[in-house]
Design a protein around this ligand. Sequence first.
Ligand code: NAD
Length: 452
Amino acid sequence: MTAPPLVAEDLDLHHIAKAQFDRAAPFTSNVDGWKGMAQWLFEPERIVEVSLPIRRDDGYVFMFRGFRVLHSTVRGPGKGGIRFHPEAGVGEVKALATWMTWKSALVDIPFGGAKGGVVCDPRRLSLGEKERLTRRFVAALGENIGPHTDIPAPDLYTDSQTMAWIYDTYAMMHPGNANLPVVTGKPVTLGGLAGRAGATAQGGVFVLEHYLEMGGIPGLASLDGARIALQGFGNAGRHAAMLLHEAGAVIVGISDSSGGISCETGLDPGMVGRFKDETGSVVDVPGSSPLPPAGVLELECDVLVPAAIECQITAHNAPRVKAPIILELANGPTTPAADDILSERGIKVVPDILANAGGVVVSYFEWAQNIENQQWDEASVMAQLRRRMRRATETVMTRRVSMVEAIDVYRDRWHGLVPSQRKLGLPDLRTAATAVAVQICRDATEQRGVWP
Ligand code: NAD
């Protein structure tokens, strides 16, 4: 087993995105003249940084900072969430925008990638302060967002209410236009899509079900009776817990930013949710045992679902992960060094750009519905989501097999690959998914040509 590195891991998210890109690149075709093309595909098209002065409820003015990164418009307008987080930063937002580009390509959505972040602690903002901050951010971004240029959505600590404020602010600044498609994840009463709130989790569950049906984990053919641990109990994690529980899985552990809980015989996610609504945390749910902060990641279970924040599975704790499969609902929860250790241990990681792509698929449906001035029904949204997620799962699994078969052919291009992959010759699902996406973006770029 690979020993954890003696030096600290590089947890810069943009460096992580680059390492993943570099691993996938040798598996894309036609690498002649690759260097300039690789730079073009990887570097963001635009980075906007804005100052956001807000009057707090106590009357004092406070300055926040916000970012919006447009990674790529090669396949369509930029698309990606806005997060409110104390540790948001431009490197992180660049990485998240890059993954949005790959995600849209992988699930065949005609969008590029973008992401935004505001550096703030949303738990210390009143509702009024959060609204003023959101509106000021939209005003400061000006024409950098728009229904056909860059379309925001919810992410960490932003929700349908935040999206409603974004829409309203943009609409006030652009009177007389049909502005609903400027943002997705809106309330259903405001052009939102029925089923949007649970779509990221539902997409992940569709992927996991199909992966198991296709024999991804020998001996685990369905979710019925599967033991699941989840890190994060917000939009993605809470919906996932509900859906997995409904599918017959046993939820053996849940954590949020305050701590974790476990129960051998299974937690009722509905009850845990009501408890969190009342107390603000999952900690101390009756009948559960407390877990140390990151303990949920090391629980004995069949499926581990990181659904919180990035860089949670690292070289430090990857040797102690016990689940044979990890479904990444969060963006960037696993570092490249952890990927190596997991791969060597035979643990399968269903990567974020596949596992959580349900959010962008349904965002696309909402955007299309707004453009058409229609209201789609939930059943057809879910049927289309299921079809796309299953197709993307098959594409990634097939690509991985063909990459393994092509290993000999690509032997001389292996210098970029990690020792474990070189030794085992087994590109992981992340590398396969990234290779598929980068190839699609590269083909589109070649077809469009270099202007002028
Ligand atoms: P959210 O704000 O609704 O919930 C985040 C959850 O993570 C909360 O329960 C919080 O307590 C928990 N958390 C934060 N830090 C933690 C820590 N250190 N340990 C354990 N739990 C912690 O956010 P969300 O929308 O559910 O997003 C979660 C992840 O999923 C993010 O990585 C996000 O980028 C990704 N994602 C979300 C969507 C979506 O549609 N919401 C789509 C794609 C990807």
